[in-house]
Design a protein around this ligand. Structure first.
Ligand SMILES: Cc1ncc(C[n+]2csc(CCOP(=O)(O)OP(=O)(O)O)c2C)c(N)n1
Ligand SMILES: [Mg+2]
Length: 596
């Protein structure tokens, strides 16, 4: 067995050269047995079920409990991407799901393999990302006897998944994977966990006895529009509105409803704001794209449509919406609609399908007068947008030394191409970047979402590049975040998925440091939040890539371009380590809005 059967996997030399002649006769026999047409092992059933779900890559870190899954993946042509820390595998599976719209899959061994992956699964849970986590477990025959790495995984994973179960028989493995997949895509998507004990996974059974649901025949479409009467109501509300606004949230991208959303805002002339993964739905400069006047828009609007985003801390729990406005909420999850604040109308279903239906219901009924009012409204907001940008320009153009983090954010935005996938992974420097970085296309912005997990970047970058080898992937890290998961940059290099890492290095966990200094003063505020001065450029060099330290603001742009060229030239990730002023903070950090 070589990795030749696995598409696109670029392995290091020692792997590729693993001589099949080294295999013992016993191994040969075992392998022939697994390949016989009459029997199939549990790991091979896992791979078959994943194939049926359209999964072509799994993210994993090996362990004796799960190796039969790898063997199954070889037969099914599923790429096995092995990382150095399970957290990264889980973030990568989440990133894969976000980029493909298909099920992401992470496979971990029992015990610490599972617990290491928890942060990634929890991130997917709060971000509504469909990820299947398959975990190993000691043999059923040793149940509760104290086997190696034994833990109550299902109990541990239940609160952070939509579905968590153990598989009790080899015959049911594929069936239970299809069950888990159904749950992952029900309502708002999310993760599922399946534990497979070692003997259940390794056992070989009669093929005829295995329950294997067929691709495309075990789950229904989830593109529901909800109550058709509400579609009509929403069309009426929008047609009557003079100052409508719409906030398009992550779910619009998750359900790939971006085209329907764009068509609606254009057809009815509604200014649109964007949240999370929906950033980039419209390119900057588009007449319906607004991003600096959300507060004003919400204050002055007569109708506010919130699509696929909860009234959570990012929305001030719904308190910051205008008092007199009619509020409409559309969400894939019935539990989100009307939560934390009252609404005028709620619709549960697929946001893309709903928005398309609303446009249909409104078509041909747009009056000239109504359109005129809305265009005046858009012009008013546009003037405010321009004023807000002007106000920020001195910070964006700052040539102060040490480098102002706003300048870095601005330079990154200038540097992005149509095809750059931007990932933010850090505290303040990344919060600041959200004020400047404007992804040009849908799906080209990735952030941790509501869990706020630092360390997502490396797994997201790995997955984004594997899914889109032709695109540039840029991850902007804080120095604190980079240190959490950066070692898997080696994995990205090993699998031919190099990316450009940019670090806003303030030698601190600055976002937290601000609050401490504000509360406890300079003397006592620098506790537990200061980091060393690390020249991270050398880290990229150690892995065979390009690294650079930047201290001069005028060098940011040229250094980014050198990094880009190096990634293309060397096929290795590059690190541009930009030393930024630790005395600068984001406005939200200063107001501590994330805790309000
Ligand atoms: C896994 C995790 N641990 C801790 C936190 C709390 N936290 C939020 S921002 C932050 C500081 C991050 O530092 P860095 O990445 O260097 O960005 P900076 O704020 O310095 O720009 C911390 C520790 C978190 N969100 N996630
Ligand atoms: Mg920092």
């Amino acid at each position: 067995m070589t990795t030749a059967a696995v598409p696109d996997a670029k392995r290091s030399d020692h792997d590729a050269a693993a001589p099949s002649a080294r295999r013992s006769t016993a191994e040969d026999t075992l392998q022939q047995k697994s390949r016989s047409a009459d029997v199939i092992s549990g790991g091979h059933l896992v791979a078959k079920a994943l194939r049926n779900e359209g999964v072509d890559t799994i993210f994993t870190l090996c362990g004796g409990h799960i190796i039969d899954i790898y063997d199954g993946c070889v037969d099914e042509g599923i790429r096995v991407v092995d990382v150095r820390h399970e957290q990264v595998a889980a973030h990568a599976a989440d990133g894969y799901a976000r980029q493909t719209g298909r099920l992401g899959c992470v496979v971990t061994t029992a015990g610490p393999g599972c617990t290491n992956a928890m942060t990634g699964i929890a991130t997917a849970f709060r971000s509504e990302s469909p990820v299947l986590h398959i975990g190993g477990q000691g043999a059923l025959t040793q149940h509760m006897m104290g086997s190696l790495q034994d833990l109550p995984h299902v109990d541990i994973m239940r609160p952070i998944t939509k579905f968590a179960a153990g598989v009790r028989s080899t015959e049911r493995i594929a069936d239970m994977i299809s069950m888990a997949a159904r749950e992952c895509f029900a309502g708002a998507p999310g993760p599922a966990y399946l534990e497979i004990p070692r003997d259940v996974l390794d056992r070989e059974i009669d093929v005829a006895k295995a329950v294997v649901p067929q691709a495309g025949r075990y789950r229904a479409s989830t593109r529901s529009i909800g109550d058709p009467a509400d579609i009509e109501k929403l069309a009426d509300i929008l047609l009557a509105a003079e100052r409508p606004v719409v906030l398009l949230g992550s779910q619009v991208w998750t359900c790939r409803g971006h085209e329907a959303a764009i068509e609606l805002v254009r057809a009815l002339d509604i200014p649109a704001y964007f949240n999370g993964a929906a950033r980039g739905l419209l390119p900057p400069g588009d007449p319906h794209h607004f991003d600096r006047t959300r507060r004003e828009g919400f204050d002055k609007a007569d109708v506010i449509v919130i699509v696929g985003t909860p009234f959570d801390f990012r929305m001030g729990y719904g308190k910051r919406l205008g008092r007199d406005a009619r509020i409409v909420q559309i969400d894939m999850d019935y539990r989100t609609v009307g939560k934390n604040r009252d609404i005028s109308l709620g619709l549960v279903g697929d946001p893309g399908a709903i928005l398309a239906a609303v446009r249909q219901a409104a078509s041909g009924r747009i009056e000239k007068g109504g359109r005129q009012k809305r265009q005046e409204w858009m012009a008013e907001l546009r003037r405010s947008e321009q004023a807000a940008t002007e106000k920020l320009m001195p910070l964006f153009r700052s040539d102060r030394s040490p480098i102002h983090p706003y300048r870095v954010a601005w330079e990154i935005n200038e540097f992005l191409t149509e095809d750059t996938i931007y990932i933010g992974d850090g505290g303040d420097v990344v919060t600041i970047s959200a004020q400047a970085v404007r992804p040009r296309r849908p799906g080209h912005w990735m952030d941790p979402g509501a869990l706020g997990s630092l360390g997502v970047g490396t797994g997201f970058a790995l997955a984004a590049k594997l899914v889109h080898p032709g695109k540039e992937v840029l991850c902007y890290y804080g120095d604190g975040s980079f240190g959490m998961t950066a070692f898997d940059m080696e994995t990205a290099n090993r699998f031919g998925a190099p990316y450009l890492a940019v670090i806003g290095n303030n030698s601190a966990m600055n976002q937290i440091r601000y609050g401490q200094i504000a509360k406890y003063g300079e003397q006592r505020g620098n506790i537990g939040n200061l980091l060393g001065d690390v020249p991270f450029g050398k880290f990229a060099e150690m892995l065979g890539g390009y690294g650079e330290e930047v201290r001069d603001p005028g060098e940011i742009g040229p250094a980014l371009r050198r990094g880009r060229e190096a990634v293309l030239r060397d096929g290795r990730s590059a690190v541009i380590n930009i030393w930024v002023d630790p005395r600068e903070y984001a406005p939200g950090t200063k107001a501590q809005t994330m805790y309000k």
